[in-house]
Design a protein around this ligand. Sequence first.
Ligand code: SF4
Length: 421
Amino acid sequence: MNEYDSNRIRNALDAEATDNPAEADIIIINTCAIRDKADQKAFSSLGKYKHLKSNNPGLIVGISGCVAQLYGEKLLERMPYLDFVLGPRAIPRLPELIKTIENEKQRTVETSYDIEELFDIEPYHSPGKVTAFVSVQQGCNKRCSYCIVPRVRGDEINRPLGDILRETRNLVDKGVREVTFIGQTVNSWKENGYKFGDLLRAAANVENLERIRFTTSYPRDITSRMIEAVRDVPKVCRHIHLPVQSGSNAVLGKMKRTYTREWYSDIVKRLRDAAPDMAVSTDIIVGYPGETERDFEDTMSLLEEIQFDSAFSFKFSPRPGTTAAACPAEETVDEETSGRRLSLLQTFQRDVTMRKNRARVGQVEEVLAEGPSKNDPGILTGRTSHNRITHFRGAGTLSGRVLRVRITEGLFNSLRGELSV
Ligand code: SF4
């Protein structure tokens, strides 16, 4: 979502981007507030640009994204060299805001949620890139007890179907062959009686679009209509990212995730029955307040049962204003326990991922070639339908084509292969 927003910011400004901060007229740090570490990183990045202001007083420095929304006005007080604070929903207002700063020399905060032109600014698309994100939704209507997203991104607003398809067609005209629909709970998308499954079917009709992905799915919002679309539409990739967060019903209840582990397992089963080769990845939080050893064992047993293709796992990080952050001190899981649990979980998952990747050796996979690898121009990089990064020898002119690749090696983060005839 942040990558998408950064590219929208670039388009909103209609300016050339530079990698050299010393030659920039405007510097914007687009931030994430999902974890404490991410927001600390945003502050230290901002600090790095302070000295540039003394050499170039005309330089405009701004902060955007979720940290901007979360702290608003306070950021201007804390950082005298900061010119503006821009919330994630207010990106379409950026050009206006820059004008105000230039003409009136006024420091500004724009964090309103109420932006009519919410989806008006589409992202910058790098020439030659064959994959792209398309936002179908902003905000979230769920209220998971640990999550700051609804507070910083507001309630869910779904983008009209016609708009999504128009952006998809424009991207295909620019050479894009794979789109990823993004939303905080992407599969809760609905508009005028259309549901997410209908969106997948409608997008599949876009000519010359080869593949459709979507992220992030919310387990409770998976419907039969969606499963049928995933089953029936060959352009829909065989991968779903489906955060479970915990395998303990007690913890899931405290997290307000609105499903049980049995319910989650059943959804995964239904998806795999419909699309037998479906890859499933997930997110897990360990050390949630009150998580006992037994709760953690439940999470481990769920991992064993589901056999995820990959998992992103994190230690619980309290975020300001969330219910989880206000839990009684005695429920806090200490750092050492969280660290031990995280390490056990990651070691277990590493083995499962390795085993699954090695099991692909000898198979022929369809890989969308995305372009030459950064380290070796003779090697192409792409992804299988199951979202595995794959490297293989081939000419750069093959970029944008779905190729048959025989897998020769399975590593933890990627596969290696060779073009197959
Ligand atoms: S569904 Fe996701 S974005 Fe929404 S509140 Fe829960 S964790 Fe946050």
